[in-house]
Design a binder for this molecule. Structure first.
Ligand SMILES: Nc1ncnc2c1ncn2[C@@H]1O[C@H](COP(=O)(O)OP(=O)(O)OP(=O)(O)O)[C@@H](O)[C@H]1O
Ligand SMILES: [Mg+2]
Length: 271
């Protein structure tokens, strides 16, 4: 027993808290199953490794600032038949990040744009990739403050560092000239260097108005769409699902901004 206590204590001293915690149980199981010394050791190390990986993911989740946690398995594709499930699963395999491509989810409120962006982000975090999630309003407020305090370059790094940057809710608020300029700077700096996922309730044609400057809007869209997967989601709001069921809202009464354009996984490549 003294030896067991010693072993536990040493594991703790080595920073192997999980191994220390499960030592008893693994020893006990090993003595019943007649496992070899080597398989006992492997099991103990595996338990420690798994716990460390879990904690790493947890830390990266926090650093990513996701608004909520949702996975693809939480997504009911039958509710949104316009979405090509196979293509979304391909995106979740994350090869687009290696190619520095972007993803643009377009559609009216409640159709699952943020959910799908978060689900892809969670896959990326699980794979150990640095991810950062921000709404366009937060992003602009943050960059504007940094600009006014003469530390824009430094602050911009927060948004340039992650392999995947998600900018949510593009389009809910129009941008003033400084905001449009800051957004352009960000998109330009990430162009062909790091992937972005954007969600927007505005169709691409409406971005002129959103940015208040057609020249800047064209420059932003040119870079964003050069290597981009555009997913137009048309359909009913999932938030109103229950109400639709009870007939409080009719699906005809739900404003549909986007028209689904064939394969939802249509790629837009400029060249
Ligand atoms: N097909 C779906 N299956 C399961 N849950 C869904 C589905 N679509 C949306 N949801 C859920 O409905 C809520 C709203 O979805 P989400 O946040 O993705 O909307 P959105 O398209 O980003 O809307 P908004 O433009 O208002 O931000 C979330 O809780 C999300 O998990
Ligand atoms: Mg959203």
């Amino acid at each position: 027993m003294i030896e067991l206590e010693q072993a536990r204590h040493r594991l703790e001293e080595l920073g192997m808290g999980q191994a220390a915690e499960v030592l008893d149980a693994i020893l006990e199981a090993a003595s019943h199953s007649q496992s070899t010394y080597l398989s006992f050791l492997n099991e103990l190390l595996e338990a420690e490794l798994q716990e460390r990986q879990r904690r790493n993911v947890e830390v990266r989740m926090k650093l990513a600032h996701l608004p909520y946690r949702r996975t693809l398995s939480d997504f009911d594709f039958s509710f949104q038949p316009g979405i090509d499930e196979r293509f979304i699963r391909e995106l979740a395999a994350l090869t687009f990040i290696g190619r520095h491509e972007n993803v643009l989810f377009l559609g009216p409120p409640g159709v699952g744009k943020t959910h799908l962006a978060v689900a892809i982000a969670m896959e990326a975090i699980g794979q150990g990739l640095p991810v950062y999630f921000v709404s366009l309003t937060q992003l602009i407020n943050d960059l504007r403050k940094a600009y006014e305090e003469n530390r824009l370059d430094k602050r911009m790094r927060i948004y340039l560092r992650p392999r995947l940057l998600i900018v949510d809710e593009v389009g809910y608020l129009p941008l003033d000239p400084l905001a449009a300029n800051l957004f352009f700077q960000l998109v330009s700096a990430r162009y062909e260097k790091g992937s972005m996922i954007l969600t927007s309730n505005k169709s691409i044609g409406e971005w002129d108005e959103l940015m208040g400057d057609p020249v800047l809007a064209t420059a932003v869209l040119d870079r964003l769409l050069h290597h981009c997967h555009v997913i137009n989601i048309r359909g009913d709001s999932y938030r109103l699902k229950e109400k639709l069921k009870t007939g409080i809202y009719s699906s005809q009464g739900t404003k549909v901004v986007q028209v689904f354009s064939g394969a939802s996984g249509s790629k837009i490549f400029r060249r």
